[in-house]
Each structure stands twice: as C-alpha cells, then as structure tokens.
Design a protein around this ligand. Sequence first.
Ligand code: CA
Ligand code: ZN
Length: 296
Amino acid sequence: MVHNVSNQHVYFMDKENTPVLTAESGDTLVYHTLDCFGGQITSEQQTVDELDWSILNPACGPVYINGAAPGDVLKVSIQSIEVDDHGTMACIPNEGLFAERMDHSLVRILPVKDGTVTFNDQISFPANPMIGVIGVAPAGEKIPTGTPGHHGGNMDNNKITAGTVLYLPVFQPGALLAMGDLHARMGDGEICDTGVEIAGTVTVQVEVIKGFTLSNPVLETKDTLYAVASEKTLAEAVKTAACDMAEIVMRKTGLALDQTNMLMSAVGNTEICQLVDPLITSRFGMPRTILGGLLD
Ligand code: CA
Ligand code: ZN
C-alpha cells in the first residue's frame, strides 16, 4: 500500500511524537518535506538572524510501522528523491569550518533545473539529491532533528540517495520514521553548515527485519556497504564507524579481528559525512564485491 506523509513536521525525534499514520512492513511511504529552514528563506536579502531557529530542520512524520519493535532493524529502500526548482544556502556567522573568519550572514537562492544547480553565471554543477535528516525515535530522551546519533537523524550523508538502502536500528515500538532536510547537492563535510537546502518528495519502501540488531545506521549503495556513526569528535566517529564495520565483516566472512583489520585496511575507506551537526558523522565503506549486502 502507498501512503502520503505530509501533514506534520517534527523538530525532535521522540518516542512521544504522535504518528501521522500507521503503515505495514512492505508499504511504500511518500514523504513531502520542507527545506531545513522550514521555507523561511525567500530572498537573498534576508540574513540568518531573521530566521526563527526553533523551526529549523523540520522532519516530516513520524510514521508508525506495525510490527517494528526495539531490537529490530528497519530497512528503508529509497526509491526516489524529487526536489524543488530552487535550493538555499547560508553562511552563518561564527559557524562552520571557517567559524572564526565568518563574521557575517550570507544567503543564496540557487536555481535547480533539469538536474543542474546554478551557482552563478560561470559555475553550475550536477545535482545529487540526498536526504540530510532521516531517522527513528531514539532509545532515551528526545533528540533535536538537527542532531545525528544511533537513531540516524541529521547524518548529512551524501550517499543517502535514490537507489540506496538505509538500515536503522529500532528503539521504540513502530520505529517512528521521520525525514527531511533534503539537499540538491552537498559535499563531504558540509563545511559552511549548509548544503543546497531544498524541499521535495521522497518515496521509500519500509520493511521490518527481525532477528538482526544494529547499534548504528548502515547504508547499502549499489557498490558499497557503509557503517555510519556520529560522535563528539572526528576521531571517535571514525573509530566507531570502523568498529561497527569490523563486526559486520567478521559476521559475514568468519574472519577473526586481525584478518578483518587487514582486509578493511586494504580495501575499506574512512570517509567524512559532516563536521558541523553538532556531532561529527563518519562512514566506513567496504566494497560489496567483497562483502555483498548487509543481509545476504
Ligand atoms: Ca542537515
Ligand atoms: Zn540541510
């Protein structure tokens, strides 16, 4: 069955959120999402201090998925991401990688047409629509939608695109899947604090996986399996993602840790998702030619 998800946006991933609707494992969900500014930016003359910061990073949903229970995994197959005809970027004073040199606000509105983002008269680039915020209700207290964690959330992982499969740990009955913060394009690191922020429509198929537990999200692209982890520092995020991947490699191949260590060192990649959200998110990727998918 196909469900439209559109009439509620939340600002926390929270077990107390009232679900917009209830779906069954196997159903298709169509999320209509706002941009991370909640549509507040309509002119390049605006500054970021005019924004209502309490409505940043709206996530559409959540949806209760029948049968999903703590300890399960929610498999989210991302079928399509359609984005609006313009995206927004902002530099925020004292934020981002150049925080101490960014003393002013800058807002840009960038046309997005036929798969191309126009930055200025000279510079344009292909869009690569991705989901910035996607997650379930966390185990404990509510977590702002702008923060990533074990539950997913604001991972800003530019590999979360159409055609990929995201596996999320389930912490609460029904999982409570919500998402938003699409980007027409974002580079690894998201160094100015924003990608090309954009509203749009995401179609996913959800499936509850029993008898399989994860502590952090796992992403499967056409050619790579990624463990995704968010921590206070880059070093910790890199290590957690690699440790999570080592568990997957050992489980799938039967190799001990020493050989797993070698294999990951030879063919695996440590990568950065984002540096600014306020935890750091890293992913460790292994080729599927060697490892296959998460569940096969
Ligand atoms: Ca984001
Ligand atoms: Zn964003």
